[in-house]
Design a protein. Structure first.
Length: 184
């Protein structure tokens, strides 16, 4: 147990007159065992909140969050180092990381990006498949872009050029008339 969690024994909280009785000594000794267990669990939770201080249980949680699969011969120190590296891997965000994330979110051809880096401006046209996708991308940009950067996310609509590769049978499933019939 670390210094932060050290405390007096329970018997020391009793008035001096009561500390001499054998019954109170036995009760306080039994209770000390329980409070030591609680204090140890509290300290474990606090330690596991920090990568450098965590134990096997804590490092397993971080590895699960980061999709890290340790080898059986890895030491706790090497596992902590791997988690620390992965945890800080994407800080600070770069343009290359932004492109990688947009590829994951929208697909490689699911967006067009127009950077104006000299004026600290970024425009992104996305081809949405889910209505919440635009909101999520805006939240993502808000988190990772520097505060002095402005951005605009707009919807990239399908054009005849984009739709030319699809068959009539495929597109008829998505016509306005078909959608209205399904709603009724």
């Amino acid at each position: 147990m670390s210094d932060a969690m050290e405390r007096k024994r329970l018997i020391e909280y009793l008035p001096p007159v009561m500390q001499g009785f054998a019954e109170f000594k036995a009760i306080m000794q039994a209770e000390n065992t329980e409070t030591d267990l609680v204090d140890g669990n509290i300290q474990r939770v606090l330690d596991n909140a920090f990568i450098e201080l965590c134990d096997e249980y804590g490092i397993k949680k971080y590895e699960a969050m980061l999709d890290i699969f340790p080898d059986s011969n890895d030491t706790l120190a090497s596992r902590k180092l791997r988690v620390l590296i992965r945890w800080n891997e994407f800080i600070p965000y770069t343009y290359r990381v932004l492109i990688r994330k947009l590829n994951a979110f929208c697909g490689v051809n699911g967006y067009d990006i127009f950077p104006d880096l000299e004026n600290y401006n970024l425009s992104i046209d996305i081809q949405i498949s889910v209505s919440k996708q635009r909101e999520e991308i805006e939240k993502f940009l808000e988190r990772i872009l520097p505060m002095n950067f402005s951005y605009r996310v707009s919807i990239k609509y399908n054009t005849h050029k984009v739709l030319a590769g699809y068959t009539h049978q495929y597109l008829s499933r998505y016509s306005h008339r078909g959608a209205r019939e399904e709603e009724l």
